[in-house]
Design a protein around this ligand. Structure first.
Ligand SMILES: [Zn+2]
Length: 210
């Protein structure tokens, strides 16, 4: 059975994150949320707790969302550790995966971040003018077994909420199961490699260079 992992960057917030969670809950599926730590406050932390209660996974997307390939080693470590600490405070679980902000990566980042790097197949849903239908078309056209789908639950992103209402039922119709990022590696019997940037857990080494 083909498996796919829906992932959501740039939350948490109290506008779009709960709408995404409503859809995941209604569909009975899980997703993975890569948090920007500076977006965590007492209200948005409740959304994170709800995500965990639904079986979703919480992972690391830095504190301030900088171009981290431009940062010093000390700054790189600070961005990642502080985000990890905040996630542990809320969830009690240590994140295992890291999404580089803007997918900007460097050797210094690979050398100093002790997490598996995740990219994913995107549909430009960080661009407000990309319509819900365009997002649907792109995700469905590119869907594949083992794939990590890169989406955003940033607080203005209603088009992605709309797109999910079609994407999830259509993928189900095509026989897909939905998994978190850690689950999809396990289900496909793949050990996450350090120094790789994953968009599909079944990718080969030649797909993953900087
Ligand atoms: Zn981001």
């Amino acid at each position: 059975m083909p498996v796919i992992a829906l992932t959501f960057d740039d939350g948490p917030n109290t506008v779009i994150t709960p709408q995404v969670l409503d859809i995941l809950e209604k569909e009975g599926i899980v997703g993975t949320f890569f948090l920007i730590a500076r977006n965590i406050n007492p209200e948005s932390a409740e959304m994170v707790r709800r995500a965990v209660s639904l079986g979703c996974e919480i992972e690391n997307h830095s504190v301030t969302h900088p171009f981290m390939d431009k940062l010093s080693v000390e700054e790189i470590r600070e961005e990642v550790q502080t985000c990890t600490d905040r996630i542990v405070e809320i969830t009690g679980r240590v994140p295992q995966f890291f999404r580089p902000p803007c997918i900007a990566v460097s050797q210094a980042m690979y050398d100093n971040i002790d997490l598996t790097f995740i990219c994913g197949m995107g549909c430009e849903d960080w661009v407000p003018t990309v319509t819900a239908q365009e997002r649907i078309d792109r995700v469905l056209a590119n869907a594949a077994d083992g794939q990590i789908v890169l989406l955003h639950d940033m607080e203005w992103n209603v088009n992605t909420v709309e797109a999910l209402k079609t994407i999830i039922p259509e993928l189900k119709k095509r026989g897909y199961e939905f998994a978190t990022v850690s689950q999809i590696f396990k289900m496909k019997n793949v050990t996450p490699q350090r120094g790789w940037l994953y968009s599909n857990v079944l990718q080969t080494e030649s797909d993953n260079r900087l």
